[in-house]
Design a protein around this ligand. Sequence first.
Ligand code: MF3
Ligand code: CO
Length: 251
Amino acid sequence: MIKYKSAREIELMRQAGLIVAGAMKLAREMIKPELSTVELDVKMTDYVVKHGGEMAFKGYRGYPANVCVSINEELVHGIPDSRRIKSGDIVSVDVGVRYKNYYADAAFTVGAGEISEKAKRLIEVTQKALDMAIDKVEPGRHLFEISGTIQNFVESQGYSVVRQYVGHGIGTELHEDPQVPNYRISPEEQADVILKPGVVIAIEPMVNEGSWEVETLKNKWTVVTRDRKLCAHFEHSVVVTDSGYDILTKE
Ligand code: MF3
Ligand code: CO
């Protein structure tokens, strides 16, 4: 069941979103060779708590850290530890914040030091897939158009979209209805929804350089590409407004 948000609820989600945006900005500034992923977790958490937010992922289904930091072939749910980022790595950071009982969630991928041209292109295409999908958000739009935009663009660039993980509604819970797949769904499928003002969705293209298949490592969390090729992830929490959209996780 989709929960439509009131103007007051959107205002609280915007506050949560601004904290997420600030934490992401901090992460972008910090990501450099030699930084350990746990330092990033600690600094982002300090930032969020200082701004009145709570870390949304910690304890979610037993997740053991505050943020997710996933490197190279790691797609999502990388657990921060003492491992250090190296020049040439591409680093995906995913952060969720709860503020006065409302959630916001966003992610980005960035290169550390000098990265290859192919890594740069993968990051650019994934970012563009998110931008194109967000641009489609307006009242009356079918969800399958958002999903289709992502898959069509990503595949036109020679990459693939992950199937096992999808975007989602967000509000008083981190994951609410509807699911927001990054692959085409048919209008008949239950997954289809017509967007209306007050719907808030986290759109999050997960793009693989090679095949779309992923698997989970023995630590039960870290999701990697099956072929161990590179992957990238961008996410914003977006509200449907009367005339279009507003990105809540952007300053
Ligand atoms: N950011 C993820 C999402 O968009 C959630 C992370 S799951 C957690 O759905 F377990 F790591 F918290
Ligand atoms: Co999400």
